[in-house]
Design a protein around this ligand. Structure first.
Ligand code: FE
Ligand code: FE
Length: 173
């Protein structure tokens, strides 16, 4: 049993390092996504989530301060790929409402990826009896879920409809 807990602990630390890399990559990427957004609501959404993301980095650092490991030293390649997808959208020639719709898609993939990681990390922390970490990871998980829901609302309320009008008449800036 002790050995099983040890391997679980290793998985847990690796996952936390992955999340730390994920969040730091997003701190770099979100300002570019905000700059590329035409809808002011979408831009503000990205900016708001950038502030939250910086707080999420701090939460992970808080968790690591109680572990005998450094949070650095791992690059999350999954997030690297998702961010590349976002960068491709920003490089493409596109009408702005369509670009907004595409940026929302990329951002929702990111949030779902994070939700999967944080959900698992929280469950691992529960099993390992790390009550403080459970609380911190749950807080971030809730933020990612809310961000995802906000993006869905934004897409469904008007951005998808505007993307259907390539002449830009629907661009409600
Ligand atoms: Fe995050
Ligand atoms: Fe996020």
């Amino acid at each position: 049993m002790a050995m099983e807990l040890n391997s679980m602990h290793k998985l847990y630390v690796d996952l936390l390092k992955d999340l730390y890399s994920t969040e730091n990559q997003l701190v770099e990427a979100l300002p570019k996504m905000a700059k590329g957004a035409s809808s002011s609501e979408l831009r503000q959404g990205f900016e708001q989530h950038l502030t939250q993301t910086k707080g999420q980095v701090k939460r992970l650092e808080q968790i690591f301060s109680n572990l005998e490991f450094s949070p650095a030293g791992k690059k999350c390649v999954g997030m690297e790929g998702l961010i590349k997808e976002g960068e491709e959208i920003l490089k493409e020639e596109m009408e702005s409402p369509m670009r907004d719709a595409a940026l929302i898609t990329a951002a929702q993939k990111v949030e779902h990826y994070e939700m999967a990681g944080y959900g698992t990390a929280r469950t691992f922390a529960e099993i390992l009896g790390e009550a403080n970490a459970v609380r911190l990871l749950q807080e971030t998980l809730d933020e990612e879920k809310m961000t995802d829901e906000r993006l869905t609302r934004l897409a469904e309320s008007h951005i998808n409809r505007q993307a259907l009008r390539p002449d830009g008449r629907g661009n409600g800036r």
